[in-house]
Structure formats: structure tokens, C-alpha cells
Design a protein around this ligand. Structure first.
Ligand SMILES: [Zn+2]
Length: 391
């Protein structure tokens, strides 16, 4: 009987936990909603929603305010925001991502907009502004609650000038002032950093490397780059080029790279190259298609990802020997293939590290593989990125 009751209560607890997660996830994705809207969207009963909301308000995770819907009084429920919000924007060749966090590092909202290849900078910046305003309105927050805007770009950033350090890497964005427009519009601090650095900040702060002071984050969006965390400090280098492992030469007779050199790692593992390996058998596809099909079991797509993992792991081994990290985190589009990427990556990496080292290098998939750059940019500007905020 007791055992039966324990099982009963055990499953009740599990159910309540699952309901809480469903409710929080819904508000996280949709912004502020009334209790009735939450019940309709989640399929939970209004009584359950009401109980859960009351508990989560007591825990400081949610806030409520009175509102009206169709002329009736209703309770609007939103995620609690402590002391203000940080906005993170990640600008890549094919997409713009936005993340909103608060000072408790709670993720308040996330969005992604696809961008056309070769998108115009002024149009993209305008879309980013609109997206920020729309998102703030969706979560029921005033623009004055924004405390800073962090921008991550898929190119090395010279920290002294906060502009792109090497021309040609992110076409159209060379020399573009990324700080001025956001500062003028929102009157808050704006920072600009490399996307791999921001990925490392996010994963070290709330992700797979949480609590670790020495790790590297190999980011595989728009080519390969690494964020290097040493003793809790992000190593950016004098001109912002630290960790640009996508530009290490792997084929002296290879193609010319966007940086102007020849045979860089990026020339063999970037999106265009990887999808081109499948045009004969699979037709035109994007890297997202390739990863999805690999996850569904397509052998050709799996082969392309495994081979890319070996090429990237081989180069990442050099970086590991140089900085001796505790672990390696893999983020970005290829990380969405999880162990299809990390297993061959780890094997290639480990084969080149000290064979008699006491501990093998740990390789983990990022906890936020797609959104870590935007999240890290927001953390960077709120100054809980690396332990010594840059000036
Ligand atoms: Zn290059």
C-alpha cells in the first residue's frame, strides 16, 4: 500500500514538474499571456494553470498584472524580469538571432530571422531595430528596461575599435558602425564581439561549461572559430583574431579563402563546401537541411558531417595543445547533429593529443548550440560574460 502511494505521489510530482515546464516554456516562447490563453495553448486546465502561476509568482519566476481581454478582467502572466534586460543580437551570413535575458540570466525571449545571402547592412540593422521593439512589446516590457545591447558578428572583431578586424569575412559589414545606430535608438551601452567568443561566454555562464574556468568553445556557424576561456577570462588577442582556427591552413594547394589565404580549414568545412559534396546525390540544400537529414539517418549526410568533424577535430587538437583546456564545447549548426559530429570530432582530436595524458579531453555539445552567440552577446553587455569585463 505504502509502495503504491509512493508511486502515486512520485508520478504526481513528475506530472507537476512537467506541467510547470510546459507552462514556463509556453510563456518563454509566446511572451506575456492571460491565464485563459495559457490554458488554451497548453491544454492544461484553468485550475492547474492558476495553481502553477501562483506557485511560480511566489518563487519569483513569474509576475502577474490585471488586464482586460474582450472587455473582461483577466490576469496577464509574464516572466519575472529582475532589474532590467539585456538584448543580444547575432548577425550571421544567413540569419539574425535575437535573445533577451534578465539579470538572473533567465532567457526571456528568443527570435530568429532568416537573411538573404549578401543582405544589405542598413536593411538588416533596421530589421533588428524592429525586432527589438516587437519583442519588447510581446513580453510586455518598455524599451527603458533595456540595459544594454550586445552584438555578435560572424567575423573577428578588433576590440580596440569594435569593428570587424579582417575585411571580406562577413561580406558587406566591413567598417560598419554597429554601435552608433543602436546607441542612438536606445541610449544604452552597446558592445560588439565575435560570435565564437559570445558562444563561449554563454556556455561558460549558463551552458555546458558552467563552472569551468578553462575551456574552448569550437563554434561551427558560418565557418569555424573558437572562443578561448583561460582562468575565467576570454582571450580575444591583441587585434581580436585569437581562436580564428577556421583560418588555419589545412591544404596548401586548396581553394582561396575569404581571408585571402589559401586552403584554410573554412574552405573545406564551410556551408557551401559541405552542401556541394551532396549536389550530385541530393540536389541543392542548405546546411540546416544537411544536418536535419543526417539526424534522420541519411548515410550521405552523415558521412559529410563525420568527415567535417575529423577535419575540425584535427585542427582543434592544435589549439588544445596550445592552451590545455579542461574541456571542449562544440556549438553552432554542426553541433545540432550532436554525437554524429562530436564522436568523430573527439576521436580525431584525441588521436593528436598526448597519448599518455592522465585524462582524455572531454568533448561536449553546447547546451544552446544555435542561440549561444546571441545569448552570450547579451551576457557580454550585462557584464557577466568573462570574469574581467572588458572596457
Ligand atoms: Zn582563411
Amino acid at each position: 500500500m505504502l509502495e503504491h502511494m509512493a508511486k502515486f505521489f512520485g508520478s504526481q510530482t513528475a506530472l507537476r514538474e512537467a506541467n510547470r515546464a510546459t507552462l514556463l516554456d509556453r510563456i518563454h516562447r509566446s511572451g506575456a499571456m492571460t491565464q485563459i490563453e495559457i490554458a488554451e495553448a497548453t491544454g492544461l486546465s484553468t485550475a492547474t494553470v492558476s495553481t502553477l502561476v501562483r506557485q511560480l509568482v511566489d518563487e519569483g519566476k513569474l509576475v502577474t498584472q490585471n488586464t482586460t481581454r474582450n472587455g473582461r478582467r483577466a490576469t496577464l502572466v509574464a516572466l519575472a524580469r529582475r532589474e532590467g534586460l539585456g538584448i543580444g543580437l547575432a548577425i550571421a551570413r544567413r540569419e539574425l538571432r535575437l535573445a533577451v535575458i534578465d539579470y538572473a540570466k533567465t532567457i526571456i525571449a528568443e527570435h530568429v530571422l532568416p537573411l538573404a545571402r549578401g543582405h544589405k547592412t542598413d536593411t538588416t540593422l533596421e530589421r533588428a531595430m524592429v525586432l527589438i521593439h516587437e519583442t519588447m512589446s510581446n513580453i510586455g516590457a518598455a524599451p527603458e528596461e533595456i540595459k544594454g545591447i550586445g552584438v555578435a558578428v560572424s567575423a573577428p572583431v578588433d576590440h580596440r575599435t569594435q569593428t570587424i578586424a579582417v575585411p571580406g569575412i562577413l561580406p558587406g559589414w566591413d567598417g560598419v558602425d554597429l554601435i552608433g545606430p543602436f546607441h542612438e535608438a536606445f541610449h544604452v551601452p552597446v558592445t560588439v564581439d565575435n560570435d565564437s567568443n559570445c558562444a563561449a561566454i554563454c556556455e561558460g555562464s549558463i551552458g555546458a561549461a558552467r563552472g569551468k574556468n578553462n575551456f574552448i568553445c569550437v563554434d561551427t556557424s558560418d565557418g569555424v572559430g573558437a572562443g578561448i576561456m583561460i582562468d575565467g577570462h576570454l582571450m580575444r588577442g591583441v587585434t581580436g583574431l585569437a581562436g580564428e582556427i577556421g583560418h588555419i591552413q589545412v591544404d596548401p594547394l586548396g581553394s582561396i579563402c575569404s581571408c585571402g589565404n589559401r586552403g584554410c580549414l573554412n574552405t573545406v568545412v564551410d556551408e557551401q563546401r559541405l552542401v556541394s559534396l551532396l549536389t550530385v546525390t541530393h540536389g541543392n540544400m542548405t546546411l540546416d537541411d544537411l544536418v536535419s537529414m543526417a539526424n534522420e539517418g541519411d548515410p550521405g549526410c552523415r558521412r559529410v558531417i563525420a568527415d567535417a568533424a575529423v577535419r575540425i577535430g584535427t585542427v582543434a587538437a592544435d589549439l588544445c595543445i596550445a592552451v590545455d583546456p579542461e574541456e571542449v564545447i562544440v556549438s553552432g549548426q554542426l553541433a545540432l547533429a550532436a554525437e554524429l559530429f562530436t564522436e568523430p570530432f573527439q576521436q580525431a582530436l584525441q588521436r593528436l593529443l598526448f597519448p599518455d595524458a592522465v585524462t582524455p579531453m572531454q568533448v561536449l555539445t553546447a547546451q544552446y548550440p544555435a542561440s549561444c552567440s546571441a545569448l552570450g552577446a547579451a551576457m557580454d553587455v550585462l557584464e557577466f560574460g568573462d570574469k574581467q569585463p572588458h572596457s
